[in-house]
Write a protein that binds this ligand. Sequence first.
Ligand code: IMP
Ligand code: MG
Length: 437
Amino acid sequence: MFSDDVRCLVVVGAQWGDEGKGKVVDVLAEQATIVARYQGGANAGHTVRVGEDEFILHLIPSGILYPEARCLLGNGVVIDPWTLAKEMAGLRERGIDLDGRIGISRRAHLVLPYHRTLDAAQERSRGSAKIGTTGRGIGPTYRDKIARTGLRVGDLKDLKRTRTIVSDGANRANVVLRGLKDEARVECDAVMSSIEEVRSMMLDLCADTGDEIRAELGVGGRVLLEGAQGAMLDVDHGTYPFVTSSTTTAGGAAVGVGIGPTAIDEVLGVVKAYITRVGAGPLPTELPEKEAERLRQLGGEFGATTGRPRRPGWFDGPVARYASGVNGLTALAITKLDVLDTFDAVKIATGYELDGAPVGAFPDSVEDLGAVVPVYETCSGWNADTTGCRTMGELPTAARQYLGRLEEASGTPIRIVGVGAARGATIRVSDAGIAAA
Ligand code: IMP
Ligand code: MG
């Protein structure tokens, strides 16, 4: 994917998250000099398998598993310092050298304990209308950021300033909690002493991440911008209000690390060979529970952050096309093709109907998206183990045909196909494309 012409590459999820971005980023990170996160926080859970080892990363970019890569958390990320500390300790315990390899933006906002408290209380108060958040305080932190009341990493060097922001934040949180008739309360002093535990670690990690990325691109380095969640969870383009609170789409990558959009050379969208969603909200191709359970077991579809069972469905062409448009995808990576190895038939939604009429533009309301009826095309299964395939030519014909249909349904050329969790279980598609194999 990286080449002389492609030095700044964005990898985004093009479904509802959990597309297997962690693995794709890990594979591409081998060639990157910098890997940076640009949005989201510890709501993400990126699973990477290296040999027998499995790593689940929430905040630190998946590039950390290559000793040469410098890993940055850009200004658009919301950082929970205690989760970061735990994640760093966990990596060190497993022999990963982190010295000088992690940098965090002074402009990034901190997720504080009261953001988590508010996240939980708000979900409780929503009852059956709950969003099904990961409970990591993401929404309340971004709310503080946009309301201009947040605490940024750079504020930590000034304790007095930190205390003022935290004290105001704690007061506001208590007003909200009382309004929700929730019993939880927040104490400024308790938050301040927690901050003491992580303050010097955070200040030591501070870097001019935007400058660093621009400088790296200026000297011909290779920068991988790692998205979290997926297009359908984007706060603008996703299934609002059942979304996360950040710009998960590719435009957010520029803003979230401090480069201009013209610096981005390619946008790789990651989709599973089927689809899943975790949390509430519409999912047009969702499978009935019996079939869903089969796919869930075969694909290990349980949340890496929360352990919740994911909701599986057939590949959704309209979602892929829409995600391709809003992200400006230049290529697609298909993951977990092997999960479909034992199916006699596999389906693809090629369009939607609403009240018997074809749906044109992708629905902007969750009511409409919840009411559409997918139009399916059935492809024959391949009933063969694809996990050992390393070239397109080695894949069964039916699997290749299925990929060809995914490409057509999404209107985006496939460049990578994943056939297993291991690093090596990856097929690179040549420029000639799927049909050439
Ligand atoms: P939040 O990001 O915790 O506020 O959760 C909002 C919605 O986004 C919920 O439906 C979550 O399940 C979903 N979500 C957040 N992060 C991820 C992720 O990394 N993968 C999949 N879904 C996610
Ligand atoms: Mg995940």
